[in-house]
Design a protein. Structure first.
Length: 236
């Protein structure tokens, strides 16, 4: 059945050099809400370099539009793939790129935590690691991408070894450039808690301020500076 699922993935995800995907073993890592779904598919879509490079002091209207369009694209792609996998006889559960009630933990307002993580699925699939800024840093595109995930109830063998620790090394550019001062420079690994290296509340507060200034709306929480300055994925 894995061969059939991989065939469906290859038929569905564009082979255009701007998408990546991988298989993840999530056994023992998921919230009990998702009991039975022990394996996943991680999918990434590259963001436009010119738009990311234009981010200097905060999000631009073009970046906000790209962010929305990429989310719509990935949501549709995941729904299409999940439907095809379900039609093949395997239960599947697709998660949108942005936070929703499906993946938010009951104490989200107090912790800004989720019961499901796209980034964890991506690291288990061997596609990348989690950076000092809590971004997912892919091997191919750096942090210049958006992720979407699908859980399945069929055992999938990962195609790449999982990545268990950061590959950011001594680089501190995101620490220095973060306008919220939300990053302290500690390296991620699978044993460290998010709050030990990154302050999600500082990040969200500043991102809301910058988004309001850029878009005139107070319901956005994007910044993009750490994506733009990260050396990983940038054109040499």
């Amino acid at each position: 059945m894995q061969g059939k699922i991989v065939e469906i993935i290859r038929e569905t995800i564009p082979d255009d050099g701007r998408h990546i995907w991988g298989l993840a073993d999530l056994s023992g890592l998921l919230n009990e809400r998702f009991t039975g779904y022990n394996h996943g598919i991680s999918i990434g879509k590259k963001l436009d370099d010119a738009i990311i490079d234009s981010i200097v002091a905060g999000p631009t209207p073009e970046y906000w539009k790209l962010y929305q369009e990429t989310n719509v694209h990935l949501t549709g792609l995941a729904a299409d793939l999940a439907g095809k996998i379900a039609a093949a006889g395997v239960r599947s559960l697709a998660f949108a790129p942005t936070s929703s009630q499906l993946d938010r933990s009951p104490d989200f307002a107090r912790t800004l935590r989720h019961d499901f993580s796209h980034k964890m699925t991506g690291t288990r699939a061997g596609l990348g690691w989690i950076g000092k800024s809590d971004l997912f840093v892919s091997l191919k595109f750096g942090p210049r991408l958006r992720l979407v995930s699908i859980l399945v109830d069929y055992p999938l063998n990962p195609l790449r070894p999982p990545i268990d620790k950061s590959r950011c090394g001594k680089c501190t550019v995101c620490v220095e450039k973060c306008p919220a001062k939300a990053i302290n420079g500690k390296l991620w690994n699978t044993k460290i808690d998010r709050d030990e290296y990154y302050n999600a509340f500082k990040c969200r507060e500043k991102a809301m301020q910058l988004s309001l200034a850029a878009t005139g709306q107070d319901n956005h929480e994007i910044c993009g500076i750490c994506i733009a300055v990260c050396p990983a994925g940038r054109k040499k």
